[in-house]
Design a protein around this ligand. Structure first.
Ligand SMILES: Cc1cc2nc3c(=O)[nH]c(=O)nc-3n(C[C@H](O)[C@H](O)[C@H](O)COP(=O)(O)OP(=O)(O)OC[C@H]3O[C@@H](n4cnc5c(N)ncnc54)[C@H](O)[C@@H]3O)c2cc1C
Length: 424
């Protein structure tokens, strides 16, 4: 197999497919090689498939001119500018783009791997469509499930399993949920939301052991010796950039594959984008930067003289936690009890650093009755972070202020930031 020594992209995920699509629009053909069996899909929406809210085909990514080649690339011969695939084929490239994404981090739990180095039956990672369909097949109403990890992935998995009728325990090692994105108040709202869906949340709890019988998981043991019987375990302990190919090929790798402002690795013929890439000390692990990098790289590859550069993404995490498996339009209105938060769904957006340092200006609005919470942190006249829960009317204006990273105009009170939607 050859690609006429054109652009070859390894990885048919969000970044790789967006790049190939944009290149196609610019008249540059690209060959995408992806190992997954399913047509390219939007990984961000996997929890919706697990919750039974969307069928797998609903989250398919828009197609590219040429369908991806299904193969796993196992090596890069930089001197010959060829890649080798597991099925023995070789593909020549003029420019190679690594868009290999991330691997789930598997925590060092005793009993996690059998002699065959496979996860026991009932233990699942949560990264791919196969993980998701495997979990969906295994979960039954009333099944017991333990989710290990309380970040974005663990919270998404827990509410999806609860929507399927499972009895879910979420074990989070640190003191609060989604600590990377949320401050203590908003994290508490997410916890109450999950609890309202029947999820039992344990923070400052470490799982240390997975107990199996007959090759299938039976229980997990917590660090304090407490045992939780379970039918399913979901490992949601974060991700690590998938850099194996790059390392074996001798490319510079730190946490991710190092790239410059032209998304170029230490080999001028090889670029990297998306979760696998590290730009200016940052590995994003989020969809928006992956898409922005793909757009910049498409322009650069279509026109070698283009002045465009990638200078970083100020990414906003937006998440709708639905708990009832219903489409948005059918979500019931919020409860109105005093301590209520919307039980069926919880809409939140977080960006930057929502924690406060001495000297920061903080604007905060909380409405316990409606279960809404809004906070924005301003440091040296610039918006540096914020979080909105339940009331996202100002998200557009805030996101623009955050992305611009410009000093705020003098005058209006800071409260304006949380009450003026700027027409968005
Ligand atoms: C459940 C879940 C929820 C998420 N929610 C959010 C969210 O709300 N917001 C957000 O911004 N981000 C979210 N993310 C993260 C987001 O999905 C990633 O940032 C994004 O998918 C990165 O895109 P990518 O193309 O770089 O990598 P990926 O989507 O991981 O794609 C990489 C592809 O490359 C393939 N590949 C790797 N190596 C090879 C090889 N050697 N040969 C062939 N193919 C190969 C992989 O199989 C994979 O298909 C979520 C992730 C998950 C799993």
């Amino acid at each position: 197999m050859t690609s006429d020594a054109g652009v070859v992209v390894i990885g048919a995920g969000i970044a790789g497919v967006a790049l190939a699509r944009r290149l196609g629009e610019l008249g540059v053909p690209a060959l995408v090689v992806g190992e997954e069996e399913h047509p390219p899909y939007n990984r961000v929406l996997l929890a919706e498939v697990l919750a039974g809210r969307y069928a797998p085909e609903v989250i398919a990514l828009p197609g590219t001119a040429t369908a991806p080649v299904r193969a796993r690339v196992t090596g890069i011969d930089r001197a010959a500018r060829r890649v080798r695939c597991a099925d023995g084929t070789e593909i020549g490239y003029g420019t190679l783009v690594l868009a290999t994404g991330s691997n789930p981090v598997l925590p060092p739990l005793r009993g996690l791997f059998g002699a065959d180095h496979r996860l026991p039956e009932g233990v699942h990672a949560f990264r791919t469509m196969d993980d998701c369909l495997g979990l969906a097949r295994a979960v039954r109403p009333g099944a017991r499930a333990v989710v290990v990890g309380g970040g974005l992935l663990g919270v998404s998995a827990a509410r999806a399993l609860a929507a399927r009728g499972a009895r879910v325990v979420l074990a989070q090692q640190s003191e609060r949920l989604m600590e990377r994105q949320l401050d203590p108040v908003s994290s508490g709202l997410v916890r109450r939301h999950l609890t309202g869906l029947g999820v039992e949340v344990h923070t400052e709890t470490r799982v240390r052991d997975v107990r199996c019988a007959g090759g299938a998981v039976r229980s997990v043991e917590l660090a304090d010796g407490y045992r939780l019987d379970t039918d399913l375990v979901v490992l949601a302990c974060g991700v690590r950039p998938r850099t194996g190919l790059a390392e074996e090929a001798g490319l510079a790798v730190r946490t991710g594959i190092l790239v410059d402002d032209e998304l170029r690795t230490s080999d001028p013929y090889i670029r990297a984008i998306g979760d696998c890439a590290e730009h200016d000390g940052t590995v994003y692990g989020l969809a928006a930067p992956a898409l922005e990098q793909a757009a910049v790289l498409a322009t650069l590859l279509a026109d070698g003289d283009a002045a465009v550069r990638y200078t970083g993404t100020r990414a906003l995490t937006r998440l709708t936690l639905t708990g009832d498996g219903l489409p948005d339009a059918d979500v019931p209105p919020a409860d109105t009890g005093t301590d209520a938060i919307p039980r069926g769904f919880l809409d939140l957006a977080a960006f930057g650093d929502p924690e406060t340092r001495p000297g920061d200006d903080v604007v905060q609005l909380a409405d316990a009755t409606r279960g809404t919470y809004r906070k924005v942190v301003v440091r040296e006249d610039r918006v540096v972070g914020g979080v909105l829960v339940g009331e996202l009317g100002t998200v557009g204006a805030l996101a623009r202020a955050w992305e611009a990273a410009e000093p705020l105009p003098d005058g209006g009170p800071l409260l304006h930031l949380l009450t003026n939607d700027g027409g968005s």
